[in-house]
Design a protein around this ligand. Structure first.
Ligand code: NAD
Length: 318
């Protein structure tokens, strides 16, 4: 037991299982009181149960901190307000919010239903907005706060779950925005980009999906092995706890990869190269100018991440 978060109060969404559970226990281990939020549903976000959150509350209490459960869905704007208020009313204030809750509805874009798109965007992106929005009211007033979001490497481009990748990309952008809006009030906002073996990553369905992608040539054997041999969720929380502590006071608007023995800082998107013309005098770029200049300037060293299939494969219906 440490005491680096003693006297601090936290809300962890999706705290009833997987990475969220480990985050709750790691915060409690450092002395923080915790509201454990979880709907207790399936990976796809169906069903509800109180057992998951209750179990983690019991585990946290055994570490000598106060802990209570909340079973609301963070998709609901009003319920998210109640969740944050529960922390404030029970413990006196909210210092730390860790947005972890998430679901999956994997499908290629040409097969994805509107419902599959909405469900994933709602839990990840809207849920992160909802809880952050209400927490920021209190954090701004008290001029102290830590928000830690959960993105995914899928943010950088993925195959088979564009809803998830887009939601996670949105979370990174939301993180950048909250950091810039709230920094002046002593509130930091960062995101972790974890990798861990949980029911989300290691279900039979997910493993079968990786296998299909390997067989379709969409991922390499090395990537397949990387995806199917991953460390447990207990290796993810140290970075979140670090960011939540006093040592994280000046870390704001960053994305940290974590899992196993890895902690990594991601770059922010930057303009890598540009070509410029005096548009006020010479007007817009012409198509001919771009055809001539772009390959020689912007695209030097460029590789298409997903080039068209070779003719033989297309002809074979691959
Ligand atoms: N496991 C990984 O390798 C990995 C990689 C990148 C990102 N992530 C992200 O980490 C987070 C946790 O994932 P995990 O692997 O622990 O999966 P998990 O399924 O074990 O945990 C997700 C938890 O969120 C809860 N939840 C879902 N919808 C909710 C809602 N509307 N309101 C409240 N709770 C809700 C679930 O009940 C579950 O307990 C997710 O955001 C996921 O996208 C995980």
């Amino acid at each position: 037991m440490g005491d680096r978060l003693k006297g601090k109060n936290a809300v962890v969404t999706g705290g009833g299982g997987g990475i969220g559970r480990e985050v709750v226990l790691a915060l409690a281990r450092e002395g923080a009181n915790v509201v454990v939020n979880d709907v207790g549903g399936s990976v796809a976000g169906t069903g509800i149960s109180q057992t998951a959150a209750d179990r983690v509350v019991d585990e946290a209490k055994k570490m000598g901190v106060q802990a209570i459960a909340n079973y609301d869905s963070i998709v609901d704007f009003k319920a998210s307000e109640r969740l944050i208020d529960t922390c404030v009313k029970t413990f006196g204030r909210i210092d730390i919010l860790v947005n972890v809750a998430g679901i999956l509805r994997d499908r290629m874009i040409f097969n994805m239903s509107e419902e599959e798109w909405d469900a994933v965007l709602d839990v990840h992106l809207k849920g992160t907005f909802n809880c952050s929005r209400w927490a920021c009211v209190h954090m701004r007033r008290q001029r102290w706060g830590r928000i830690i979001n959960t993105a995914s490497d899928a943010w950088r481009g993925t195959v088979g779950h564009c809803n998830y990748g887009a939601a996670k990309g949105g979370i990174v952008s939301l993180t950048y925005a909250i950091a810039r809006e709230m920094g002046r009030y002593g509130v930091t906002c960062n995101t972790i980009v974890p990798i861990a073996a949980t029911r989300m990553t290691m279900s039979e369905e997910t493993k079968a999906g990786f296998k299909k992608r390997l067989e379709a040539g969409l991922i390499t054997q090395d990537r397949y092995e990387e995806l199917t041999d991953i460390p447990g969720p207990e290796f993810v929380p140290p970075v979140a706890v670090y960011l939540a502590s006093d040592h994280g006071a000046n870390i704001n608007g960053s994305a940290f990869g974590c899992g196993g023995g890895r902690v990594a800082l991601y770059s922010e998107p930057v303009e890598v190269r540009g070509i410029y013309k005096d548009y006020k005098k010479n007007g817009a770029w012409s198509l001919d100018e771009l055809i001539n200049l772009v390959p020689k300037t912007l695209l030097v060293g460029y590789t298409n991440p997903a080039p068209p299939e070779p003719e033989e494969k297309k002809a074979a219906g691959g």
